[in-house]
Design a protein. Structure first.
Length: 166
């Protein structure tokens, strides 16, 4: 047999396989990194968890006096400032209701951020322009000398479409 001819045939197949593998790697990398990752839903969940940790310690609701409510953003270490000017990119609403039926308000609600985001959520239910997270937890609140069971519902909405969703 002619060894030189066999080596030439193997080297042609070897280069074809190398080009196929290199093309597959380039395709996979471009598909993975070619689209921006939308982190708005994760950001909304983080905001809900941050607020829940701020309001409740060891299953008991902290004292929600007027001083705490007035400096709520500072006390819970929240910052809604973004690089975009104009309307806000965040909305946060906290409801406190009694435990058995959840109909009677125990405390007044805490609402901060861009109110238009909630109106958009109620009207369109379209989550393409924003992401939201709605979670609730049970806690004990002081009611004089006794403790009362309450439900804390937290709604967090994040828009930020200019940066996160292209």
């Amino acid at each position: 047999m002619n060894k030189i001819g066999a080596d030439k045939v193997i080297s042609v197949y070897w280069f074809i396989i190398l080009f196929l593998v290199a093309g597959a790697v380039v395709y996979i990398v471009s598909e993975f990194y070619g689209k921006p990752y939308d982190v708005r839903e994760v950001e909304a969940n983080i905001m809900v968890n941050q607020v829940a940790d701020c309001l409740s310690e060891n299953g008991k609701l902290i004292e929600l006096n007027e001083e705490f409510r007035n400096d709520f953003m500072k006390n819970c270490r929240l910052n809604f400032k973004t690089e975009f000017e104009g309307e806000g990119e965040y909305y946060l609403e906290i409801n406190f209701t009694d435990f058995p039926d959840g109909k009677n308000k125990v405390f007044s609600d805490i609402i901060t951020g861009n109110l238009n985001l909630k109106e958009g959520l109620l009207i369109t239910k379209d989550s393409g322009s924003f992401r939201y997270s709605l979670k609730s937890f049970y806690s004990l609140a002081k009611d004089g000398d006794s403790e009362k069971e309450i439900v804390v519902k937290i709604l967090s909405i994040v828009r930020k479409t200019e940066k996160n969703a292209k």
